[in-house]
Structures are given as structure tokens and as C-alpha cells.
Design a protein around this ligand. Structure first.
Ligand SMILES: NC(=O)C1=CN([C@@H]2O[C@H](COP(=O)(O)OP(=O)(O)OC[C@H]3O[C@@H](n4cnc5c(N)ncnc54)[C@H](O)[C@@H]3O)[C@@H](O)[C@H]2O)C=CC1
Ligand SMILES: N[C@@H](CCC(=O)N[C@@H](CSC=O)C(=O)NCC(=O)O)C(=O)O
Ligand SMILES: [Zn+2]
Ligand SMILES: [Zn+2]
Length: 379
């Protein structure tokens, strides 16, 4: 390829400072070094975690940076020693790496991988602790090891899932984060059984994917809780069977749910990032066995609390990252499930814009009608 080994100058949306509009800049993207892959990003969606870091509330947030972590593209070139992908492969960048060799990967107990996490948390590549992005010599930090709000990005090889080239990239980009997180929270983290009563707090993309996963697992009741009643109509299509708006009740929401379910739900999922709701989600669980899974990301400085008695009496509090899916092994499987129409993806896409319209896309995210907005990056 003509660009192999060369710097590529391309468009990227740069977050220069927290909360200031992103700026489309000409960014120089260095060639991939050993163990790295340069990807032409074709489509990227926005996730609420991008908005969270951009807001300045992420303790790992560094500026200037290129945000974005839910995307799909084509490998442009690879660095020395990269064997599992080659130029032309269709791929999904994975913020949760999978090296298959580290203590975490070998444990069989978690999908977290330790190989590159220390570098991705400080916005650099592992080999030289430097960024591959720059603007006229000024380095721009990476984000979550993916930085997909760019026409080209460089990622570690352990952070790339090779997928079926027939899959539509403008759709399966969503399998980089929100949809797998919700499905996996149910299937891998909670392991919801058939007949269970499930409560889902927050009916955005992640909460709706929890509902979809719970329906597939055979849950008998799926109770959706949201302060925006407009969410309820669309949520029916994802399997939610009952709706509760906390604003319609004077009692604490956990009490409302306990009363509705003869003592509490079997499983609850917090898909908002609000620590008060996390407490309610735990406390609406049934004594003796109810399990609550924290999915939402809460801001720096926020802490969870409950009476220890809630746990002494058998409730279980868990959390999930990327729904417990092992990224490189299982993202291709999720793509296949989508191709066989076994999981939804298209239904989560409510808006399509371009990279140049990214600030409008962030504005849309804060409106109730937006689930996922997909940006075309090369138009
Ligand atoms: N753990 C993980 O691996 C991942 C976590 N996340 C996190 O999951 C969370 C949800 O993400 P999205 O679905 O994209 O967000 P979203 O903003 O689309 O959905 C949140 C929903 O919660 C509702 N809500 C807000 N406050 C509420 C309250 N007090 N009570 C009830 N409902 C309330 C909103 O109306 C909205 O419908 C975010 O915190 C995001 O950062 C996202 C992806 C992966
Ligand atoms: N830097 C953040 C970390 C926020 C967080 O928990 N991220 C999730 C993914 S959210 C995706 O949209 C995650 O997978 N965490 C595990 C990890 O290793 O980062 C903060 O410190 O709040
Ligand atoms: Zn995300
Ligand atoms: Zn690993």
C-alpha cells in the first residue's frame, strides 16, 4: 500500500479541553510500530462514556485527546510481528484488550486483560509510551486504546477483533461497546436464568441491550425504570414488559419494586452511572439471592454505599466491563449472531451523521430520542 510506513494526515475530532466543542483538525498519524495496527476507521458511534470523559469527570481523562471507542474499519497497515490481522481485514477496535497470555486472560475468571491497560489509561502506546497522533509536532493523547473519532487510528494488536468482511460496518460498529455490554451483563456476568424477574434501571442503549439479553435468557418479567417516560414505547421492542417512572411515586423506587415483585427482583442492572440508583438497584433485589450488576460509569469522586445488612442477607453486588465478553474471541461471534439475525443492532441506531457533525451528534445524545448516532468518517 502507498501509505505503509508513512505518516498519514487525516481528519480527526480533537477534544482540546474538557467540555469545549470538539474541533475537526488535520492530524498526523504515525505508522504502526511493532505489535501495532493502523486502521482506517469508516464508521464510529458515540457512547455515553465518550461524553463522560469529555465532561472532565473521568479521572483518566487527558487533553488534548481523540475520543471514540465504538467503531469499525479496515486495517491499513500493521507493525512488525503482527500476525493475526493484515491490511484489508475488516475489524472492530476493542477498548477491552485480549492478549490471551497475561494473568487475567489465563485466569478463566475475567475478560479484563492486563497487557496494555497501563498505557491505554494514560493515552499512549505501550512500546515507547508515546502517542501516534500529533498536530504540527504537538502530541494528542489516545483514548481507551481506540481513538475512533479519526479517519485513521493506531491500536495495539491485542485490541483488534477481525470480523466477517461481509458484515455491514455502518451497523456492526455498535458491537464495539454498548450492545455487547448490555447483552453480556445478562449472559456472562449475572447469568440470568429462565423465569427470572429482572429490573433494568436506565433505558438507553445499554439498558435496552440488557432487556434484549434478558428476554433471550427467558426472563418472565423485565421491568424498565427510567425518569423519561418517552423511553417506554421503544423499550417494548427490546423486551421490557413493565415500566416504572420513579417520578410517579412518592416511595423510594426500591420499595416500589419490592412491592411489585413479592419481595424483590432476582436480578437488577444499573445502566445510568448514578450512585444513588446503584444503591436502589441493589436494595430492590430479593433477600437471599438477588443479584445487582453495576454497568453505568460514575464520575470521579462518586462512591457507592448501602447497609452491609443488604449483603449479609444474601444480596450480591457485581459489576461488568464490556459485559464480560472476551473481546477478540467473542466480538466476531457477536457479529455472526447479528448476521444470523439472532441479536439486534440496527434497532439501536436512531441517527446517522458525519464526523464533521460530531458536535451535533453529542447534542443529540442528550435528547431522549437518541440511542446511538453513527458517524460516517470518510465523506
Ligand atoms: N461497564 C461498561 O462496560 C460500560 C458502561 N457504559 C455506561 O453505561 C451507562 C449507560 O450508557 P447508555 O445506555 O449509552 O446511556 P444513556 O444516557 O443513553 O441511557 C441512560 C438512561 O438512564 C435514564 N436515567 C437517567 N437518570 C435516571 C434516574 N435517576 N433513574 C432512572 N433512569 C435514569 C436516562 O433517561 C436514559 O434513558 C453510562 O454510564 C455509560 O458510561 C457504557 C458502555 C460500557
Ligand atoms: N476511566 C474511567 C473508566 C470507566 C470505565 O469503567 N470504563 C468501562 C468501559 S465504559 C465503556 O463505554 C470499562 O470497561 N472499564 C474497565 C477498564 O479497564 O477500564 C474511570 O476511571 O472512571
Ligand atoms: Zn462505550
Ligand atoms: Zn491479557
Amino acid at each position: 500500500m502507498a501509505t505503509t510506513g508513512q505518516f498519514i494526515t487525516c481528519k480527526a475530532a480533537v477534544a482540546w479541553e474538557a467540555n469545549k466543542p470538539l474541533v475537526i483538525e488535520d492530524v498526523q498519524v504515525a505508522p504502526p510500530q511493532a505489535g501495532e495496527v493502523r486502521i482506517k476507521i469508516l464508521f464510529t458511534a458515540l457512547c455515553h462514556t465518550d461524553a463522560y470523559t469529555w465532561s472532565g469527570k473521568d479521572p483518566e481523562g487527558l487533553f488534548p485527546c481523540i475520543l471514540g471507542h465504538e467503531a469499525a474499519g479496515i486495517v491499513e497497515s500493521v507493525g512488525e510481528g503482527v500476525t493475526e490481522v493484515q491490511p484489508g481485514d475488516h475489524v472492530i477496535p476493542c477498548y477491552q484488550a485480549e492478549c490471551k497470555e497475561c494473568k487475567f486472560c489465563r485466569s478463566g475468571k475475567t475478560n479484563l486483560c492486563g497487557k496494555v491497560r497501563a498505557a491505554t489509561g494514560v493515552g499512549v502506546m505501550m512500546s515507547d509510551r508515546k502517542s501516534r497522533f500529533s498536530i504540527n509536532g504537538t502530541p494528542i493523547y489516545h483514548f481507551m486504546g481506540t481513538s475512533t473519532f479519526s479517519q485513521y487510528t493506531v491500536v495495539h494488536d491485542v485490541s483488534v477483533a477481525k470480523i466477517d468482511p461481509v458484515a455491514p460496518l455502518e451497523k456492526v460498529c455498535l458491537l464495539g461497546c454498548g450492545v455487547p455490554t448490555g447483552l453480556g451483563a445478562v449472559w456472562n456476568t449475572a447469568k440470568v436464568e429462565s423465569g427470572s424477574i429482572v429490573a433494568v434501571f436506565g433505558l438507553g442503549t445499554v439498558g435496552l441491550a440488557v432487556a434484549e439479553g434478558a428476554k433471550a435468557a427467558g426472563a418472565s418479567r423485565i421491568i424498565g425504570i427510567d425518569i423519561d417516560s418517552k423511553k417506554f414505547d421503544v423499550a417494548k421492542n427490546f423486551g421490557v414488559t413493565e415500566f416504572v417512572n420513579p417520578k410517579d411515586h412518592e416511595k423510594p423506587i426500591q420499595q416500589v419494586l419490592v412491592d411489585l415483585t413479592d419481595g424483590g427482583v432476582d436480578y437488577s442492572f444499573e445502566c445510568i452511572g448514578n450512585v444513588s440508583v446503584m444503591r436502589a438497584a441493589l436494595e430492590c433485589c430479593h433477600k437471599g439471592w438477588g443479584t445487582s450488576v453495576i454497568v453505568g460509569v460514575a464520575a470521579s469522586g462518586q462512591e457507592i454505599s448501602t447497609r452491609p445488612f443488604q449483603l449479609v442477607t444474601g444480596r450480591v453486588w457485581k459489576g461488568t466491563a464490556f459485559g464480560g465478553f472476551k473481546s477478540r474471541s467473542q466480538v466476531p461471534w457477536l457479529v455472526e449472531k447479528y448476521m444470523k439475525k439472532e441479536i439486534k443492532v440496527d434497532e439501536y441506531i436512531t441517527h446517522n451523521l458525519t464526523l464533521g457533525e460530531i458536535n451535533e451528534a453529542f447534542d443529540l445524545m442528550h435528547e431522549g430520542g437518541c440511542l446511538r448516532c453513527v458517524l460516517a468518517t470518510h465523506v
